[in-house]
Ligand binder design. Sequence first.
Ligand code: SF4
Ligand code: SF4
Ligand code: SF4
Length: 578
Amino acid sequence: MRQNLSGYKGLAGMAGYLDFRDARCKDCYKCLRGCPAKAIEVVGRHAKIIEKRCVLCGKCTRLCPQNAKAVHSELEKAERLLAAPAGVIASVAPSFVTSFGVRDFALMRLALGKIGFADAEETAVGARAVTEEYRRLLVSGGYRNFITSSCPAVNTMIQLYYPAALEFLAPVDSPMTAHAKLLRVRYPDAKIIFIGPCIAKKKEAEEGGIIDCVLTFEELNEMLAKKGVVPSDIARIKADGDTEENPARFYPISRGIIKSFKEYPSGYEYVAVDGIERCNEVLKNIGSLSGMFLELNSCEYACVNGPCALSAPGGAVKANEDIRIYAKKNEGGGAVKLPGGNPTLLCARKRLRPNEYVPTEREIREILARTGKRVESDELNCGACGYNTCREKAWAVANGYAVTEMCVPYMRERAESMSYEIIQNSPNGIMLLDGDFHITEINAKAMELFGIDEKSVRGRDAGDFFNPSDFVIAYDKGENVYKKKLYVHKTARHVELTIVILSAHKVLFGVMKDITAEENYNVRLNSVKLETFAITDEVIKKQMRVAQEIASLLGETTAETKVALLKLKKTIGKDGAD
Ligand code: SF4
Ligand code: SF4
Ligand code: SF4
C-alpha cells in the first residue's frame, strides 16, 4: 500500500541526516513513542528514521536507552575544507559557552584558529540582524500571529504538519543563514562552516546552499581533541575588543529571541514555548489565537540543550544561567555593529507534503482485525506499539512503517494462548508448582496421571492431590530431576518424572511421561522370559537324561562288543598260532 515517493535528499555515506545503529537498537519503540512526527519505522526489528516525515528535532536521540543515535558526520568534509587554500570562516552558535565551558568568544576563536580556521564569528551577529528583520515586519503589521523562524525543526514541523500555521511563520532566515549571508559579503571566496548543537541545521544548510558544512559541537569536540586543543584550558587572553552589547546572544535560551528586542513592537503578546510537544500544542490551536508573538523552540530549554550539545555539569538549568551571564556581559556597551552589504534576509517557506498513502476505512478495519480489534471497544489505544492510537498504528501499517506484530497486548495474548494450547495439548503431563508447592498450572494429562478430578486445582497445595516429595527435595537441594520412574498407586500408572527448577521465577516445572504401557510390556516380557527359561531348562534336563541313557546303553553295548571281539580274537589267535 505504501507509495514509493522520494523524501528528502540525504547526505553521502548515510541514508539521511540522522538514524539509529542497528547493532544497538533493541526494538523497544521508546523513540517511536516519543517522536512527535511518528517519523520512525521498524524494519527487521530495528528502528529507522523516515526521512520525509522527520523534522530532525533530535528527541528520539535523547530517548533511546541504547544510545543508538547516528548523526551524519561532516568531519571529513570539514577537514578537507580546512586543508584547502580558500580559507574557512566559522560561524559559532552562542551556546558554545556551555558546551565548551568558556565565557569569552576570543578563546573560542583562538581554539578554532589552532585547528586551521582562518577566522570565526558568533552566529549571534546574524541573530541580531534577524531580530531587526522581525521588528521591521512586526512594525509593518499584517500579522495576526507571528511565529519566529530560528528553529529549523519547528519550521519543518509547520511546513509538513501545520499548513494553517504557515501564514504566521516569519519569512525570515535563521540566524545561521543570515550570518552566512553577512559573512559572504565580506568573504566572497571563503568557505563557511557553521558550528552548533543542532542536527536540523545540517539539513537547513544543505538545502540553503550558502553554508559549506555544518559541524555539531560533538563533532567540533572530536576535531579539537584530535589536535589536543581544549578551549577552556587556553590561558585567559584579553577579550579581543569584545565590548559591544549584543542581546541576540540570548537566542539559545528559551525567551532569548524575545529578550533580544530592545523595545517591543506593540499589539502582540510575547510568548516563548519550548519543547516539541508544547510547540505542537500551540500549532494545533493556532487558528484560535490572535495577537501572539510566538517564540517556538523544539528543544526543551531551547538550543542550549540541543541534541548535539556537550553535556556540562549542572545540566540545562546551569547552561541557561551561563548564557544569561554571557549575554549580559557587555550590557551598556555600544550596540554590536552589523556588517554592511545589506543582503536580504527574507525567505519563503513552502508547504511540504510527505505524500503518504491514505488508507480507506475498510483497509483500516481490516488491519485492525489482524490484531483482534473488530469493534471499537477492542481498540485499547495503550500506546505500547509507539503510536498514540490503534488506528494511528493501522495507518502506519498501511504505509509500511509498522508491522502487525508491534501490537504488544495482541502479541502477549497470542503468546499466552499459544503456550496454553501447547501445554493443554501436550501428550505428557505438565505442571508448574510455585516455591510453596502450590499448583500454578497443570494440564489434563497430569490430572489424568495423578487421578485429579477436581475442576479448580490452581493455587491449591500439590500435597492435596499427590505426593510432591520429589518436588520438595529437588527444590531444597536446588537440583533438577531427570527421568525418575514412579508408580502412582491411585491410578496404577507408571510415570517418568522430570523436574526443572526455574530459580529466577521460583517455580518448579514438572514433566510426566506416561510409561505405563512400556512398563506393563516389560513385566509381560519378563514373565514370558521366565516361562521360556523354565521350559528351556526342562527340555535341557530331559535331553540330558536321554543323552545319559543313550550313553549308558551305548557304553553297555560297546563293552559287550568289546568282550565278544576279544573272545573272537583270542579264539582266532589260538587257532592261528597252533
Ligand atoms: S529507542 Fe528506538 S533506536 Fe533506541 S533501542 Fe529503542 S527502538 Fe531502538
Ligand atoms: S528527530 Fe524528531 S522527528 Fe525525527 S525521528 Fe527523531 S524524534 Fe522523530
Ligand atoms: S492495542 Fe496494540 S495497536 Fe493499539 S495502541 Fe496498544 S499496542 Fe498499539
